[in-house]
Design a protein around this ligand. Sequence first.
Ligand SMILES: [Zn+2]
Length: 525
Amino acid sequence: MIDILIKNGNIYDGINAPFTGDIAVCNGKIAEVGHIQAEAAIEIDAEGKCVAPGFIDIHRHGDMAAFRDGFGEAELMQGLTTIINGNCGMGPAPVEKGSSLEGYLRPVLGDMLPMADTGSAQGYLTSLEQAAPPLNIGMLTGCGTIWAGILGYGGKHPHDDDFARFHAILERELSAGTLGVSLGLGYAPECFLTTEELIKGLAPLKNTDIPIAFHMRQEGDGVCRSVEEVIAIARALKAPVHISHLKAMGKRNWNRLIPRALELIQKAAEDGVDITFDAYPYTAGSTQLMHVLPPDFIEGGTAAVTERLRDKAKRKELEERIACGTDFDNIAGMVGWDNIVIAVVNTDANRQYEGNTIMEAAQLRCESPIDCLCNILIEENCAVTMIDFITCDEDIARIYGAKGASVISDSIYPVGGRPHPRLYGSFPRIIQRYVYEREDITLQRAIEIMTSAPAAALRLKNKGRIAVGMDGDVNVFDPRQIKERGSYSDPACMACGMEYVLLGGKIKLQNGQLMKGVKGAVIRR
Ligand SMILES: [Zn+2]
């Protein structure tokens, strides 16, 4: 007998135009698609509803959040059935707890929790399996984490024995079943490596089908050069590459550099380069406040950074470089202090500035913006998260319309403070804003870039499609009713409108209610 029969839905299979039909789910898989007359243990009437594959977010930073109580609600309420962590070069393993590496990763990954084994990917994935997450989770191996363990953060260049160590660790982590690797070229220590050194490090991936995801070196004035670097690495390694959170930061670059970047990608793809990319559906990003500093200011770990920021001469130099520097991803220079919001701090003394821009905080503290920035970073030991308003809707829409695109959220999971609303709302927002409000893309396209496109980019072979034999991850919803409810000022609101979410062939969510006993799987390659 059929476990679950979904009747008379408008089936969006992840690629093609919708058709009316039924879906039978048995033993965790989609068993039949078409017009089905048979008995089922559970029948769902989907007449007038959209039936689509479970949504997939290949770019979250929930590496530690996945172990926290209550994890998964924010995801499942949006229809997410699969998420991938370990992005931007920042993996949770191999990390020695209590080391400087942990301190460096904390603003993005959160505290390394006792039940999470961070010694290796094998240990991490096993501990995640023991935690029995409420949705499917996979991970990338963060190359930045491995390099930091070998080189530290001081801008050292690797020698032959460093490459040998890197290769051995990389191969060990991949053999544990991580889905690919991620690089964080905007962050120490990978920002100090040359293109040739990156290629040499990634040699074990040469001629493989293992995807390499790039947080690129620059995402503002230099975005096209950075895309060219990714393409050069793909050509050298003959391996699939994926550009994470593609964008052109800074008003002077809007509507100008993304068309050019997409052209470069298109040309490379036509030339046989296996290249895909993604974007989050917000004009604001979120990362560590420290990343408004030039790379040489973030050398050497947080103690070295704060010492530098205390130095009067260095502070003067910083002011000048932010005012007119183009030799680095000068976020503050490109968007201005009134577009950088302090989102999360650690100390009670500074909590009052959460939600303020640097400009506002500077006025409240009677400091110049530069002094305010430096002093807050010193007081918080660099652990400050920002929300920065950096891109425009037109570029986001352009990216979603281009061949090879996926939707991501790039969610960070702060404990307290203001998270970025994308954690709760990215996937409903695609439909609400880019399909219905702005009419940039069709519903069919929206579903494609939330399902089959990310599945293809990360080689998730049984996911992202409504087809016989695929995993029984299925969403049922009225597309006009699916809503993001959070905002930048009040972000922590669950999305609404998802009527059913099937996870591995079982009902995980029904009209806003989560079924606690239904668990996801840890995905290994
Ligand atoms: Zn990133």
